[in-house]
Ligand binder design. Structure first.
Ligand code: SF4
Ligand code: SF4
Length: 85
């Protein structure tokens, strides 16, 4: 699954620079994750780095975007091949 930032994000700026896929950016009111770019850090790290730095635990796996490890790895390879990350 891609990850998702909840509305209670306090815009602390901790997660954005940590994302290796450049999937996090400032949205209308809070930071947001571009699900097309999020691989749950598969291809770079063993676990989602944004989750580990968020001080209020407002980043969750998006239940509407179900992707297993194989799909996330294929997504990572697609992003690399197409120079999106
Ligand atoms: S899980 Fe990884 S790739 Fe996805 S938004 Fe967080 S830091 Fe970026
Ligand atoms: S680390 Fe958490 S609270 Fe801080 S900007 Fe990112 S999602 Fe929002």
């Amino acid at each position: 699954m891609a990850l998702k930032i909840l509305d209670n994000c306090i815009n602390c700026d901790m997660c954005e620079p940590e994302c290796p896929n450049l999937a996090i950016s400032y949205g209308a009111k809070t930071y947001e994750i571009n699900s097309d770019l999020c691989t749950e850090c598969v291809g770079f790290y063993d676990s989602p780095t944004c989750l580990s730095v968020c001080p209020i635990d407002c980043i969750i796996t998006d239940p509407d975007i179900v992707e297993d490890k194989k799909m996330l790895l294929e997504k990572f390879e697609y992003l690399v091949i197409n120079e999106k990350i």
